[in-house]
Design a protein around this ligand. Sequence first.
Ligand code: A3P
Length: 342
Amino acid sequence: MALNYPYEIKDLSEQENSEILRYFKGIQDSYVRVGPKGYFFTSGFKEDAPKIYNLALKADDVWVVSLPKSGTTWTQELVWMVANDCDYEEAKTRNLMERFPFLEMGMFLKSSKTKDMPNQLSLNITEQEKQIIASMYRSGIDLIEEMPSPRFIKSHLPLSLLPPSLLDTCKVVHVARDPRDVAVSYYYHCKLFLNTNFTGDFNTFWKFFINDQIEHLPYFENLKEWWAQKTHPNLLFLFYEDLLKDLPSAVRNVADFLGKQMSKQQIDRLCDHLSFDNFKTNLSVNCEGIRSLGLLRENHSFIRKGKSGGWRDYFDEEMQQEAARWMQDNLRGTGLKFQTVD
Ligand code: A3P
């Protein structure tokens, strides 16, 4: 029997909505906040929220969860490869979006402006591009429900908005990253993807970020829901900065968590496959497949810098202090810490 959706979903005031749309000139037309923590989403989430909450889970599902821009794609490829005995052939021929669908993807594509989009996009496109569009326009939930087991599922949702039995049923890997680097990466993401099409500068973006006016925020509320479960045997909590510092250890960690044996040679080869330079040119993961559809801004790429601490080049003195206070207030008493890997 379907569970009642336990949270209220509220539309933003017209004023707040139009302040956001002044800078986000993509395909969205309205936003919502969900539940007591006020999680921020495009209004397409309204339709999907109860379906996501009621998604039927399978014991062999493997999830990767994170705040956006925390190294999700990198972790997904790592987890998928370990779980699939490093099947390089399949990893090359099947796009990660298809191997590891994004649960709440549908909300980004539902708006009054998108109704005719698939037709507008039917330019001179290849068969592979047609498949990408088709999977983008299907709800992530549908894709996941049709997937054969074991299923691999990506989500940026906080634990409270996911099926309540998730952690007691499935293996979940969470990856976290310093929120200042997340903010910079998210800024470039929202400029890169023309469905978001952020038109302001970083200072303006930071205001939206710290005011929780970007999808999947508030950052710390979302993160702390996962952190609170870090000792749950079905949750593996990773940091982006640790992957940068020592990728082989992260691979071993994931292999242990998934009950897989890997030789040193297998780990070395996988780390090479996952290296930033190889990732940047890997068409299965780098989102370049959608460039010819006109969905990406020129001269920007999805696999961008891959560094820690780059935020220092973007924050002026006042923003640095604001970020430091915000982090201190939210991290107090949690035992959660971020490191910078130079
Ligand atoms: P930057 O924009 O700071 O470069 P997500 O997958 O959650 O959207 O995260 C994207 C971030 O992860 C981007 O950060 C991207 O460059 C970085 N990333 C992706 N693959 C990486 C890799 N192989 N090594 C290091 N960083 C990587």
